[in-house]
Design a protein around this ligand. Structure first.
Ligand SMILES: *[C@@H]1O[C@H](CO)[C@@H](O)[C@H](O)[C@H]1NC(C)=O
Ligand SMILES: *[C@@H]1O[C@H](CO)[C@@H](O)[C@H](O)[C@H]1NC(C)=O
Ligand SMILES: *[C@@H]1O[C@H](CO)[C@@H](O)[C@H](O)[C@H]1NC(C)=O
Length: 440
């Protein structure tokens, strides 16, 4: 296993050099049945997931993936590009951009600053910093895939983003992460822009890795098949549930009456080892202010639960774990239930703890998104594993925010045409994961 991975790493390296030489292919010529692919990395310190933009975009930059973000933005402070264009205040492009405003500037013109600037919002979810910055466009480079291998590089001209100042990158990992890509339901998201540039179906799929030390995860734009090396195509394992519309916006930028552009799902119940967790189920629907419900998020590292739900989940989980003779130990903040990992059996899906199921409406049947040990537990120190959920307080905007740790190592597909979320159970059950190398 280890040696075959090493071989793949070698292949990856050699062919990376080759792909650079045939970059710059015309987007209108994407061959049939090919889609767009970005590898996903995880920073194990900050628990953020990010993709890279390779050479054509001024220099290579990394950008954090945010399922709930409305825009794409980059730190433009040291941006030098001959193909960069700013949108002027009166232009149609500016008028069509979500929440645009006209702003001035008092230094010499540069990307991000002119006296006739069409400002669009850039929001950093980690620092909650919101700013209006220049709407700019440039050419970016992306890679195509047949779902199995990475095939060729293509340029996407006129890719739009908010060209922000350096204060916005606080809280992003490493030295190269200079931006954020929004995948929310907006006309300027990464999904919308890439799918319209290549005339692809308005859908994307994520396979977010628990670590990128032994391979990378995937962001596919345009649909499957979704081959997960060394196993096969996982498309047929997708279980589907409708995406629910929250009638009240949850984003930082909205006009009155706008629905939320984040992805909500209709969780009806939580079960622990098949037993329903009892709590006030009205927390799982929206009130008139759009408070409540369940959304998915790649910028929330661990699922947060409304206090009422959190307390019941912890209580029932502790009870079910005790029945399996898993020994509870002192809690480690921010987690509320920790255990001696030596007392939990080892399984292919991590520690053998009680399963947590999120029960949702499927197509005429109920479907369950199962959180087994690898998705429900986190190792906080040697021999100590904790239930990887966080108390979201008594008045959270959204009752359940399903976070990155719980979404890892499974395929998640968002289809905006049908408004359906597809998900697989843990890929660890199929002898694969979201950490792999693709052939070039
Ligand atoms: C923008 O306008 C301000 C105020 O009129 C002026 O001081 C500044 O020089 C102008 N900047 C540019 C880049 O033209
Ligand atoms: C992860 O983020 C931390 C904090 O910003 C940074 O120091 C580290 O270099 C990053 N790791 C990688 C592999 O980029
Ligand atoms: C996974 O691999 C194990 C050992 O290599 C094997 O016994 C098992 O049948 C495989 N399972 C699947 C679903 O391929």
């Amino acid at each position: 296993m280890a040696s075959s991975q090493q071989t793949l790493t070698g292949t990856l390296f050699i062919f990376s050099l080759l792909t650079i030489s045939y970059a710059a292919t015309d987007p209108s010529k994407l061959p049939p049945n090919t889609k767009i692919h970005f590898p996903i990395r995880k920073n194990l310190t900050t628990l953020q997931y990010y993709i890279s933009f390779d050479p054509v975009f001024p220099t290579f930059v990394d950008a954090v993936i945010d399922l709930g973000a409305q825009y794409v933005w980059f730190d433009c402070t040291s941006y030098v590009s001959s193909t960069y264009k700013r949108a002027s205040c009166g232009s149609n492009r500016c008028k069509n951009a979500l929440g645009s405003v006209c702003v001035g500037c008092n230094s010499a013109p540069r990307p991000g600053c002119s006296n006739n600037t069409c400002g669009v919002f850039a929001y950093n979810p980690y620092t909650e910093y919101l700013t209006a910055q220049e709407l700019g466009e440039d050419t970016i480079s992306v890679s195509s895939t047949d779902g199995y291998s990475v095939l060729a590089d293509y340029e996407v001209p006129k890719f739009q983003f908010s060209c922000a100042g350096s204060e916005i990158v606080q809280g992003l990992p490493g030295d190269h992460t200079k931006g954020l890509v929004g995948l929310a339901r907006t006309p300027v998201s990464l999904l919308s822009q890439i799918s319209s540039a290549f005339n692809l179906a308005k859908k994307f799929a994520l396979c977010i890795p628990s670590s990128s030390e032994n391979g990378l995860g995937d962001l596919f734009i345009g649909g499957g098949p979704y081959f997960m090396p060394p196993s096969g195509d996982q498309s047929s394992s997708l279980v589907r549930t409708p995406l629910i519309t929250n009638p009240v916006s949850t984003g930082p930028v909205s006009s009155e009456g706008d629905a939320s552009d984040e992805y909500f799902i209709g969780v009806k119940d939580i079960e622990i080892n098949g037993k329903r967790v009892a709590f006030d189920s009205s927390l799982l629907s929206f009130d008139k202010n759009g408070v409540g419900g369940t959304k998915i998020s790649t910028v929330t590292p661990y699922t947060t639960l409304h206090s009422v739900i959190y307390k019941r989940v912890v209580k029932d989980f502790v009870k079910a774990a005790a029945a399996l003779k898993i020994k509870r130990v002192k809690s480690v903040a921010p987690f509320g239930a920790c255990f001696d990992s030596k007392t939990a059996p080892k399984t292919v899906t991590g520690p053998g703890v009680p399963d947590i199921d999120l029960v949702m409406e499927g197509n005429m049947v109920l479907v369950r998104l199962r959180l087994s040990g690898s998705n429900s537990m986190v190792e906080v120190k040697k021999d100590v594993i904790c239930l990887a959920f966080v108390d979201g307080g008594a008045e959270p905007r959204t009752s359940i925010v399903l976070g990155g740790h719980q979404l890892e190592d499974r395929l998640i597909e968002v289809d905006l045409t049908t408004s359906i979320l597809g998900f697989t159970q843990s890929l660890l059950l199929s002898n694969t994961s979201c950490s792999h190398y693709r052939l070039f």
